[in-house]
Design a binder for this molecule. Structure first.
Ligand SMILES: C[S@@+](CC[C@H](N)C(=O)[O-])C[C@H]1O[C@@H](n2cnc3c(N)ncnc32)[C@H](O)[C@@H]1O
Length: 259
């Protein structure tokens, strides 16, 4: 398919039923991120007009996600899977964990709650700084789904040839992967870009070449870029045309940045 559509993913009319092998996404978090504006030292230095407002009423926000997840289930193959990246929110002095999303996946099978751990972010002085986000992994069928573990194994630090057959091991459910830094070759103007390395592991383990990968909230196109590099097809949605342009530029860029 290899297309990013410029309308809301609440309706994925272009995608046939049961055609997608894997959905991976980071939805808007409803934390008032100013999408589309450029910031420097806390000041808005450029605005590209009205952008997606990341500040829904909570009910409205959850209803939107429920619709998108409903549509995803329609387009997902019977052996398909969903990887859903979301983080705790911090509001009025307390943490609100995102476990309410589990209500939307009651007819699927929760296989992992991956902790994506990284090095930097906001600093705090009356609680520990937060340095992780979740990636929830659900399958449509309990047992029948793709899991190419050998393709994502990592070297074991405590390898002992007398005890283990191979130095390569299961990467576990805690993944230490850097956020996209300001000076990374991957960096775009999108304020909430996730790293290619995170998506690479997910697409490699959960799909085979030629499979269709969906990202309903495509942003700067990271999912599409990685799918393309790995010989998978992609499809997705993005409300902001500016971000689709960024994604298209990344997709036509011939120079491999990371792998
Ligand atoms: C967290 S960002 C995704 C970033 C992406 N993972 C990347 O690496 O660039 C969420 C994106 O969803 C878009 N968005 C918000 N609501 C949407 C909707 N209903 N349909 C499609 N896109 C939407 C926003 O404009 C934003 O770019």
């Amino acid at each position: 398919m290899n297309k990013i559509f410029n309308h809301s993913c609440e309706n994925m009319r272009e995608i046939p039923d049961k055609s997608v092998s894997l959905m991976v996404t980071s939805p808007p978090y409803n934390i008032d991120i100013h999408y589309g504006h450029k910031w420097e030292k806390g000041k808005q230095i450029e605005s590209k007009g009205v952008k997606y407002a990341d500040n829904f009423e909570e009910d409205e926000y959850r209803n939107m996600l429920a619709k998108v997840i409903g549509e995803t289930k329609r387009v997902l193959k019977d052996d398909g899977q969903i990887w859903f990246n979301i983080k705790n929110r911090y509001n009025k002095g307390i943490i609100i964990p995102p476990f309410w999303i589990l209500d939307f996946f009651q007819d699927m099978f929760l296989k992992n709650i991956v902790i994506w751990n990284f090095d930097w972010g906001g600093s705090t002085n009356k609680r520990f700084c937060s340095r992780y986000e979740y990636v929830f992994f659900f399958t449509k069928h309990r047992d029948n789904y793709t899991f190419n573990l050998d393709d994502v194994k990592i070297p074991a630090l405590n390898y002992r040839p007398d005890r283990y057959k191979s130095q390569m091991k299961n990467p576990t459910d805690v993944w230490r992967i850097s956020m996209v830094s300001g000076n990374s070759p991957e960096r775009t103007e999108h304020p909430a870009q996730y790293p290619e390395e995170l998506i690479e592991r997910i697409i490699k383990v959960g799909t085979n070449p030629g499979d269709l990968v969906l990202d309903p909230f495509m942003g700067s196109g990271t999912t599409a870029v990685v799918a393309k590099k790995l010989g998978r097809q992609y499809v997705g949605y993005e409300l902001e045309q500016e971000y689709i342009k960024i994604a298209e530029k990344r997709l036509t860029d011939d120079e491999p940045k990371i792998f």
